[in-house]
Ligand binder design. Structure first.
Ligand code: SAM
Length: 363
């Protein structure tokens, strides 16, 4: 069985955006096919007209460069009629056709209420499946294997069996990072920035980029969740917002509060970072962040783009266009990701492409 279809997981409600992304890349590569993306299903499936082309597309796609997908798999045909008495055998047969050595096994389902209900089925099934795979000569704990095995249930009797590539997939089950809200933070938004840092940088890389003593401006900082995280890292932060900042943060000696408009604030001297969580139109934010980078007011930036309900993909393309026009000629590095903790927004990282700012993840 050739895993010629591309399966991505996403937040329910964002299937259309996944379809638009996959279609855009497939078209660019000349791969013909169509995307199945049922609204609110929590996943999208690209089905090529020709298997070989689908396999090529699956190998070409990079999860880091996709905005809306949380996980990226190459799967075969849907197994649609699993016998209730023995779901394991057809899954093992399908897995064996994909290989005999995998870096791990994930039994998963969509991030929907119906998907979550399937856990009553998948939880007891998983140990049976593991045993049956072993018996069939399939190693699911090979630390040197380049692919992980996934069984994605879309109903009690239907699943996709497929593979993800180590290093080009999320290591989290269902692509969902399980992060705890840190104690002491004044706002739940902290966890969003934590996830962004985890998504965009390797831990060692982050140590260099956000070293103790480095400087940051936080636009739209109130009540201070993002500022809190930067302070935890030992950074010196100017928090810009007309709203209040948590008094404990102000007492840390690492925070200056400026009650002013984030669109008019200019730093007295350049800073290492500018982060921005202001609720404003995406194009205004994109223009502002591009200006900060272009003028050299900051070296790197993480910011949120709050998306409209409709035409989210088109709005993102517009923001990309704004940034490209301002920084032009490929002289910048931009990543956009719909994080698990993002709802109607995406989180972005922008930096100039210079020797001082190596591209995170080598991208
Ligand atoms: N990141 C913050 C945290 O972790 O606590 C939460 C930020 S909240 C989502 C958005 C903030 O942006 C609000 O406090 C609001 O006052 C601020 N804001 C919106 N427009 C602004 C502007 N033009 N200038 C400065 N702050 C602005």
């Amino acid at each position: 069985m050739k895993p010629s279809r591309v399966l991505v997981y996403c937040r329910p409600g964002f299937e259309r955006e996944c379809a638009q992304e996959l279609s855009a890349i497939a078209t660019e590569m000349g791969v013909e096919g169509f995307v199945k993306a049922r609204p609110d299903s929590g996943f999208a499936l690209f089905q090529p007209h020709q298997d070989d082309m689908g396999v090529e597309l699956g190998k070409h796609l990079a999860l880091d460069h996709l905005v809306f997908p949380r996980q990226l798999l190459r799967v075969g045909e849907l197994i649609a009629d699993l016998p209730e008495a023995d779901r394991v055998t057809p899954i093992v047969t399908a897995a064996r056709a994909l290989g005999t050595s995998f870096a791990g096994l994930q039994v998963e389902m969509p991030d929907t209420n119906e998907g979550k209900a399937l856990a009553t089925l998948t939880r007891p099934l998983t140990p049976h499946l593991e045993r049956a795979l072993k018996k069939a000569g399939v190693d699911i704990n090979d630390a040197d294997a380049r692919e992980g095995l996934h069984v994605f249930f879309v109903g009690g009797r239907a699943c996709h069996v497929g593979v993800s590539t180590v290093g080009n997939s999320s290591a989290w089950p269902m692509g969902i990072p399980r992060l705890h809200m840190p104690r002491g933070s004044p706002s739940r938004s902290t966890v969003k920035l934590s996830e962004a840092l985890l998504e965009f940088f390797e831990p060692r890389d982050l140590e260099k980029r956000m070293a103790a003593g480095s400087t940051a401006v936080d636009l739209g900082a109130s009540p201070g969740g993002w500022t809190w995280l930067l302070v935890q890292r030992g950074m010196m932060v100017t928090a810009v917002d007309n709203g209040a900042i948590d008094p404990l943060l102000l007492e840390s000696g690492q925070v200056k509060h400026r009650r002013t408009d984030g669109f008019h604030y200019t730093p007295p001297e350049p800073v290492d970072w500018m982060v921005c969580d202001m609720v404003e139109s995406p194009s205004r934010i994109a223009t502002l962040v591009a200006k900060w980078i272009e003028k050299g007011w900051c070296r790197e930036s993480i910011f949120n783009l709050k998306l409209p309900m409709k035409k989210r993909w088109e709005e993102l393309e517009r923001c990309r266009g704004i940034i490209d026009e301002a920084l032009g000629g490929g002289g910048y590095y931009l990543r956009l990701k719909h994080l698990y903790h993002d709802r109607e927004e995406v989180t972005a990282y922008l930096a100039r492409r210079t020797r001082q700012v190596d591209n995170p993840g080598g991208g």
